[in-house]
Structures are given as structure tokens and as C-alpha cells.
Design a protein around this ligand. Structure first.
Ligand code: AMP
Length: 444
């Protein structure tokens, strides 16, 4: 399948060629034709699947065709609401890239910075607005944003939006936009609360899902290291001695944890920066830029700060701590192996985190392969039965082949990785749901 089979207009096809895209990702292949017909869409897809282009491309096409030679002042026709500044900037960049040969203007507004530079483009008039909820409402209140002419509304990363406490803002925004509109709703996960929210926004949507188990199984090589919490630091430094690792994104659960990892890696002469909610917007953007241009080798991030990080050739993600929300694992490892490229995700699991690992494996229908025989191997493992997370203490140094001397054994070609057991979700199911939406599932 190539983009020219999707009935896209020449300027968009040229822009995609300019970006070096040769073929649509699965979510793009299915969603673009749906959006072009004007239908509502419920998309279950995480960042990394190409979902931004899946909505940005058809929106650009619809607006461009509607606009024709109209020279009247620009009014906001499409609004994309997304939870974080990083995502907003990234979506803005996508509109700029795919719309580079079109006569459409967009702008991006988000909080945490002065509003003046955001107000100027609004005053000049834009066709497309990308916004985080708080700043959108703020500027709307001040009269800089008028949404009466809106024809397309996108709610992006809805699950994260709820996690971050934006539900009331989202409800307020819905009240401000015309009832007659096309709505697109994207979420990485679809728990009941998200479906309820979706049902208040969408009318007879088509439902498209990129299943996470395919996402994690097919493009990202996953590895699990059992390690005691106190040895994680040494294991991380040990792994990063491998000079073939050009860059790595390391995840921690907390801001404090991110700072701690940043400090000990820097002490070990590994160029590292950390991003999290306590860092200023400028510090975050700088750290991101340094990481992208490889001035910094390791970026340590908390989940919220990392949401929206878009690095095309990131090939290693390290979960220094296992997330307690299983979907977060899918988000994290989705930072690598993007748009069909191969990536690797390494996770450090201590005995307290085995339960989290169990939940993750249930969600992704896959047993993450365990790396055995590494120098910091923990004396425990996840067993099949819930009650049996049993320490293997007796084995250490007693014929198990594990040398208790730290740092003496090498992790390399001799590592023994157990086989993954992947279970795939059926590829294409069309069924009717309560709200009459049609479901299409696809694997990445
Ligand atoms: P997203 O899921 O929207 O965050 O996109 C993930 C990454 O994939 C971004 O860096 C996009 O530039 C890239 N991308 C999106 N669509 C394609 C495509 N059809 N071919 C190659 N790369 C793509």
C-alpha cells in the first residue's frame, strides 16, 4: 500500500515524499479514508503508531479542499486538544510538515510560557489550532480564540488527559464548540471511563484499534532483567558501558528517581540529562534538543515528561523502574521501534515489582524474555501461579552458575534469553458496539 492509493491531493503527497514516508502505517491506511468521508473516529492507538499523521493528513486535505480560493480572514476550522506541551509542539510540527505546500495556517498554544508569542498568530488568523486544555480555555476567556466556525475537533491522548485531571477542562471545551462537527478521539487505552467520555463527543464513530500486543511484540525487542533494587544502579552503569549504545531513554516512576539516576550516571561520566515536571519548559526543551542531536547520551524521564517525546531513531528504552500502570509500559516502550523501525526495551524488575510485571504481561499477552546470567541477577523470579513469587535464594553461588561476585560476569552474546510467547489479537473484526460504532482492529 502506498499513499497515492488514499486519494490524497498532490501537495500532501509531495509533502509526504519530502518527509521520506513511503507507505502509510496501518492506522493511517484505515483512518485516513474514514476521516476524509467526514465520519467520526474512535482511535485506540498509542504514540509511535503514526496516529498524528492519521488525523493531520486528512484534516489538512479537508480544510484545503473546503477553502478553495476563499480569501476571507482565517477562522479556526480545526482544533486539536492534547494533554502536554511536548505533544502539542510535536503535533504542530506534523501539521507544518504535511501541510508545507498548502495555503493553511496553524499555531500551537500551551501553558507554562508567556502568552504573548501565542496571541500574535491568533490575531493574524489561523485555520488549525493545536492546544493544551488550560491555555486554550484561558485564551478563549480573554477573547483571543473563537471556536464558532470549528468543523473538526480532535481529542488526542484522552486517557492521559483524564490521568492528568483535565476532564473538567475537556467538558468545558466541548461546550464551546459547535455541535455540528466532525470529531476524532484518540486514546492509547480504552477503559470504561474513556468510552463514556468518547460517547459524549462522538456520533456513530468508526472504531479503529492498533492492538498493543502486536505493537510490543513485533517491532520492539523486549528484555527483562531481574535485579535487586540496590543493584539497579550498578546494572545500569554496566549496561551503558556498551559503546554501541548511542542513546538511551531511561524511565523512572518519580521526579526524585529521575534526578537520582541523572546524578549517578553523570558521576560515572555518562553524559545524562533529566526531564520531569519540576523542570522549566526551557530546560525540558534544551534537554530534548541535546538528546536529539546526541550531545547527551542518556535522557532520564518520568512518564508525564516523556509523553510526546518524538525521536525518530531512538533504539533503546530502559525501564529503570517498572511502571505500576501496565498501559504505561506500552507507552514507554512505544518510544522506540517507531513507525516500523526496530527498537529495544530493557526493563529492570526487583522483587517488589513482580506484581507489576505480571499485570504488564497480562496486558500485552506476552512473557517478556528474561536475560539470565547477568552479573547483578536477583534471586527471584515470576512464577506462573499468583501465590508463587518465590525467591531462589538457595541457588545463588551453589551450582546455579551465577557468580556472586559483582561485575565479573559479562552480559553479551552468552546471555540466555527465554523464548517469548506471543498471542495475537485477530486482525480485522467488524462488529457493532452499543453506540453503533464499527470496530476495526489491526496490528502494527
Ligand atoms: P506518532 O505516532 O504520530 O507519534 O508518529 C510516530 C513517528 O512516526 C513520527 O516520528 C512520525 O514522523 C513517523 N511517521 C508517521 N507516519 C509515518 C509513515 N507513514 N512513514 C514513516 N514514518 C512515519
Amino acid at each position: 500500500m502506498t499513499f497515492d492509493k488514499l486519494d490524497l491531493i498532490e501537495p500532501i503527497l509531495n509533502a509526504l515524499q519530502h518527509e521520506g514516508y513511503t507507505q502509510p502505517t496501518p492506522i493511517q491506511e484505515i483512518s485516513i479514508p474514514i476521516v476524509l468521508t467526514g465520519q467520526d473516529l474512535l482511535g485506540c492507538a498509542q504514540t509511535g503508531t503514526g496516529k498524528t499523521a492519521a488525523f493531520a493528513i486528512p484534516i489538512l486535505q479537508l480544510l484545503s479542499l473546503n477553502k478553495g480560493n476563499d480569501r476571507s480572514p482565517r477562522k479556526i476550522k480545526a482544533l486539536i486538544v492534547t494533554p502536554t506541551r511536548e505533544l502539542a509542539i510535536q503535533i504542530g510540527e506534523s501539521f507544518a510538515a504535511y501541510g508545507r505546500f498548502l495555503n493553511l495556517r496553524h499555531t500551537v498554544v500551551f501553558g507554562g510560557v508567556s502568552q504573548q508569542s501565542q496571541v500574535n498568530p491568533l490575531k493574524m488568523g489561523v485555520d488549525i489550532l493545536v492546544a493544551t486544555p488550560g491555555r486554550l480555555l484561558d485564551l478563549q476567556n480573554q477573547g483571543y480564540i473563537k471556536l464558532n466556525d470549528l468543523s473538526i475537533f480532535v481529542l488526542d491522548e484522552a486517557d492521559r488527559m483524564l490521568d492528568m485531571g483535565f476532564i473538567h477542562d475537556v467538558k468545558k471545551i466541548i461546550k464551546l464548540i459547535p455541535e455540528k462537527r466532525q470529531s476524532l478521539f484518540f486514546s492509547a487505552t480504552m477503559p470504561e471511563s474513556i468510552r463514556v467520555l468518547a460517547s459524549t463527543i462522538l456520533k456513530n464513530p468508526e472504531e479503529v484499534a492498533v492492538t498493543p500486543n502486536a505493537t510490543t511484540a513485533e517491532t520492539v525487542q523486549q528484555e527483562m532483567y531481574y535485579v535487586n533494587a540496590t543493584d539497579k544502579k550498578d546494572l545500569l552503569i554496566h549496561l551503558l558501558q556498551d559503546k554501541s549504545i548511542a542513546t538511551a531513554l531511561v524511565f523512572t516512576r518519580t521526579k526524585h528517581g529521575a534526578d537520582k539516576v541523572q546524578r549517578f550516571l553523570s558521576k560515572a561520566n555518562i553524559k545524562t540529562e533529566a526531564i520531569h515536571g519540576n523542570k522549566s519548559q526551557n530546560a525540558r526543551q534544551n534537554a530534548l534538543r541535546n538528546f536529539k542531536d546526541r550531545t547527551t547520551r542518556v535522557l532520564v524521564a518520568t512518564d508525564i515528561a516523556a509523553r510526546g517525546i518524538d525521536i525518530d531513531d531512538l533504539n533503546l528504552v530502559i525501564n529503570y523502574e517498572i511502571p505500576n500502570i501496565p498501559e504505561t509500559y506500552v507507552h514507554r516502550i512505544g518510544r522506540t521501534g517507531r513507525a516500523g523501525l526496530n527498537g529495544k526495551a530493557i526493563s529492570f524488575c526487583d522483587v517488589e515489582e513482580l506484581e507489576y510485571l505480571r499485570d504488564i504481561q497480562k496486558l500485552i499477552s506476552l512473557q517478556v524474555p528474561v536475560v539470565k546470567g547477568h552479573p547483578f541477577e536477583g534471586d527471584f523470579e515470576l512464577t506462573d501461579k499468583k501465590s508463587k513469587i518465590k525467591p531462589k535464594v538457595a541457588q545463588r553461588g551453589k551450582g546455579s552458575g551465577i557468580d556472586p561476585g559483582k561485575g565479573k560476569r559479562r552480559v553479551g552474546n552468552d546471555k540466555n534469553v527465554s523464548k517469548p510467547q506471543a498471542k495475537k489479537t485477530p486482525i480485522s473484526t467488524a462488529s457493532q458496539t452499543e453506540n453503533n460504532s464499527k470496530k476495526i482492529f489491526l496490528n502494527r
